[in-house]
Structure formats: C-alpha cells, structure tokens
Design a protein around this ligand. Structure first.
Ligand code: DGY
Length: 310
C-alpha cells in the first residue's frame, strides 16, 4: 500500500479516489511523513527542492494542484525519475475572468472610487468626478499567449478592444484568428498597449520582463494587469511608474515576494490589489484538486500521468 501525502485538505471525491491506493497523510505535519511517501499533492506555496526530495526516497509523483511549477525543482525530480504534474486548462476561465475584472477595475478606477465612498467622500453625482478610461477602441497587449492569454483575448473582443500579443512562440494562424489577436515584437507590445496584461510563466527568461526600462516605454496613461506571477515585474520600478508615470493604474493579483506587498503599492489609490485569487472559485479549486488526485491515481496504478509538466 502506498503512502500518499497531501499538503492541503482534499475534497471528498479526491479522498474516495485515493484511499483504495494506500494510506493518506497530511496536511497536518505532512513534512514528517515524507520518508515513505510515494505521491505528494502540493501547492505553489510548498517548495519541492532537493532537501525535501532527499527525505522522500520512494517518491514517484509530485502532483502540483496549481498550474505554475516554478517552486518545484524539476531537474532534481527528473534525475530521480519522479513525475511532476500540474493543472492546466481547469483554471483557464476563472483566471481569465479575474484578469478582465482587474482590467475593468484598473481602467475605471474602481478601487479608488470605492475607497473614496467608504471614506465618506461621495457627496453626490459629479460630472467630472471619478473618471476612468474607456475600454472600447483601446489596445490590449497580452504578454504570454498560452491558454489563459488566449481566453483573455477572447473576452476583450466584445468590449471593443484591439488585441496584440507577444509570446515566445507565435500561435498558429487559426488560433490567432480565434483569439482575434495580432503578434508583435516585445518592443511593439510595450509601446502600443493601452493596457498590458501578463500571462507568461515565471522562468529565468521572463523574470523582471517588465522592468524599469520597459515601464518607461509604456504609453502615457496606460495600465498594467498581472494575474500570472509577481516576479514578471520589477515591483519597485512599478511603484515609480504608477507614482510618476507613465502608468495611470494597475490591477494586481500576484506579487514579487508574496505574501509581502510592496508598501509603495499599498499607498497608491490607482491600483487594485487582490490576494492571489485568480483561480479561487469553488468549482475551479475543486477541479484543480481532482486533477491532481487523478494524476496521482494514474501514476500509482501504473498509467501515464494526465497532465505532466514538460
Ligand atoms: C497557479 O495555478 O499557478 C495559480 O497561480 C493559482 O491559481
């Protein structure tokens, strides 16, 4: 019987699937149970590094119940023949929805307006009060055109936005047409976007892709939305760009040093700040947990993982 360790509470359906395969341990004290673990279900807040792998000589699968996997030492897993899986697709819609919510909030200044109302500053309708920016006829730039980037592009079209994108690999023509998006070089993305939405994975190549220099080259009065990973952006430079221009606002769900938020961001009224909730719907989180459990089931019963990480 296998030992299956989980770092987070699993839904009943996942427990029902896994119980027949062995004994379940965690989430309480899960680290202490790794010595005979064959499967680990984990999250982006769990660092799966050489030290942890060293405690788990029998480990066969790391089933990440999120899509990002920068917290897993894949080389060390590969060297040990440990399968690593993630949860693509099942969170695409929820995350794309949240990107649109942040885009709307940033462009219409919703956080600042609500704070002002709560502070008792709303004294009646004012013609020139609480002005935001139209979405219609604006250019949405998407950095990283995977599943979520494409889902955001499809959502932006009905708002009357033009969509341009930059991705490591250009989409096939049919996918570009379905997304209604035009491929541009990174420089064109930065200089042409009225709102730039980030959807790239965090890798050594994309870390700080949006640095002080890129921010300086953005359009005056433009916006930044980040639902991907905080470290895609140099957060200190972002604070400067929001304070002194050229950015007019931002919508952020992710941060460079979570759960720490740059104090400069907390002081700015033109930024909507959310606590990393892109995939946080009951339905989506249940699908993510179930996919992780199904990956464990597949590998422990001798099958192929459903969604292996490349
Ligand atoms: C992920 O899956 O990587 C997200 O950041 C959490 O939804």
């Amino acid at each position: 019987m296998a030992r299956i360790v989980t770092t987070f509470p699993l839904p009943d359906a996942a427990l029902d699937l896994l119980r027949p395969l062995g004994s379940l341990a965690g989430p309480e004290g899960w680290r202490e149970t790794m010595d005979d673990a064959e499967a680990l279900l984990c999250l982006l807040t769990d660092r799966v590094d050489a030290e942890l792998l060293g405690r788990a000589p029998r480990l066969r699968i790391v089933a990440n119940a999120v899509v990002g996997y920068e917290h897993v030492d894949r080389d060390a897993c590969r060297a040990r023949g440990i399968t690593v899986t993630n949860t693509p697709d099942v969170l695409t819609d929820a995350t794309a929805d949240l990107a649109m919510a942040l885009l709307l909030s940033a462009m219409r200044g919703l956080s600042g307006a609500e704070c002002s109302l709560r502070a008792g500053e709303f004294h009646g309708w004012g013609f020139w009060d609480y002005l935001g920016a139209d979405l219609s006829q604006k250019t949405l730039g998407i950095f990283g055109m995977g599943r979520i980037g494409q889902a955001v592009a499809r959502r932006a079209a009905p708002f009357g936005m033009r969509v341009i994108y930059h991705s490591r690999t250009r989409l096939p023509a049919a996918d570009e047409a379905a997304a209604g998006a035009e491929w541009v070089e990174f420089d064109g993305l930065i200089s042409r976007s009225d709102v730039l939405s980030l959807h790239a994975p965090l890798t050594p190549d994309t870390r700080h892709a949006i640095d002080a220099d890129a921010l300086r080259r953005m359009r005056p009065g433009s916006f930044l939305v980040n639902t991907a990973r905080g470290a895609l952006v140099d957060e200190a430079a972002l604070v400067d760009a929001l304070r002194d221009g050229p950015l007019a606002g931002a919508g952020l769900d992710v941060y460079e040093r979570e759960p720490r938020i740059h104090p400069g961001l907390l002081d700015l009224p033109n930024v909507t700040l959310l606590p990393h909730v892109g995939s946080a719907t009951r339905e989506t989180r249940t699908r993510m947990a179930m996919l992780a459990a199904r990956n464990v089931h597949a590998v422990l019963t001798g099958g192929a993982p459903l969604t292996p990480v490349p």
